[in-house]
Design a protein around this ligand. Sequence first.
Ligand SMILES: [Ca+2]
Length: 437
Amino acid sequence: MRTRPRNSVINSRTIAVASLIAATASLAVAALPSAPPSLAAPATTAPAAKSAIQATKAAKPAPMPKLKLQRVAPEVVLRRPIQVVFEPASDKRMYVVEQAGRILVLDPTDREAKEAPVFLDMRKQVNSRGNEEGLLSVVFHPDFAKNHFFFTYYTAMNADNKRVDVLSRWSVDKETQVAKPDSESILLTVDDPYSNHNGGTVLFGRDGMLYLSCGDGGAANDPLFAGQDLGSLLAKVLRIDVDHPEGDRPYGIPKDNPFISVPGARPEIWAYGLRNVWRMSFDRTTGELWAGDVGQNQYEEVDVVVKGGNYGWNAREGLHEFGGGQPGKFGSDYISPIVEYSHSDGVSITGGYVSRCAKYPTMDGIYLYADLVSCRIWGLRADKGALLAGPEVLLTTRNQLPTSFGEANDGSLYLVTFEGSQDPRAKGAVWHIAPAQ
Ligand SMILES: [Ca+2]
């Protein structure tokens, strides 16, 4: 999620926009026609993307379907849900992450459910005072069926009452299927002095490695110079091996990480120059890592994150020079976003997933993403980092801010939303995504 002024939960602009969107006073979420051209997200002006568009016009990618949403467990009360994840091999157990620090379990097919049992309550560990603080992400180990491990990424206050970002491993009681509350093992803490820009998604690649997105620390303009600093874990995507601890580290460094031989660089770094990747995901077919990088005041961007890639923050915001006055130079060889959009179309990108569900072939290969504030959900097609089609508005939610997407084991996708309210107990919902026809 994006920067907010200090001391605000969701700023007045957010509330104003959300209120406008809520004007229908209905929880219904409807498919809308495409936004008019003036509202549509602009295609990137990157030369590579332009040529890709031209080159593929002849190929005529399949049209993108509009989307419809069906609410999951409509009677269950959720408070500021910000992620849903599934344990490997079980689409009957959807885990809903509440920002304050609870993980709840839902069967997404049970429309009669009245409540979601608590899987883990870690509100005592978590600092969720700021709008962007809290329990931010959860992921299950790929070998969960054997080792019963899962991982959390959250913000906390350390023993010196300083802000830190924390990556932890936990165990599940295989009999009760509930997390063991005293099983936390901290793998990594990152000093993070400001309440905003904390990343963060934790997930596994099909290489078995754990990936984590860290924000630039916060405030505004990257005052820590983190974006281009390979000595800092902030403003990065990290990649570690949680199955092979090395020496004093409770995790290993993969031998093919890109900066392990660079003096002064943190060996955990996979990619850098990323301001605040709130949500990222792997395309299960291509293995590409897709990220929504939240911009500052002008441009939001969709990136495909590659090994060793430099995405330009804070010399660049989207495709544009950023006047931060920091060490990076605008003209350097940064990797361009697949697309950007300006703040006339939204103000905080929520990265999504590439749809790969066999049940919905018309959605196959479409990357879905959203804006937290304008509530638009776009689709695009790309190949090897070049735009093929879109972006196109496929849906706009009403009075529900899209905080995250989720992907079941069968590839079906979900949307997570909450109401545009400053109340940390604001209600939210989970929605199953399908083509409108
Ligand atoms: Ca921060």
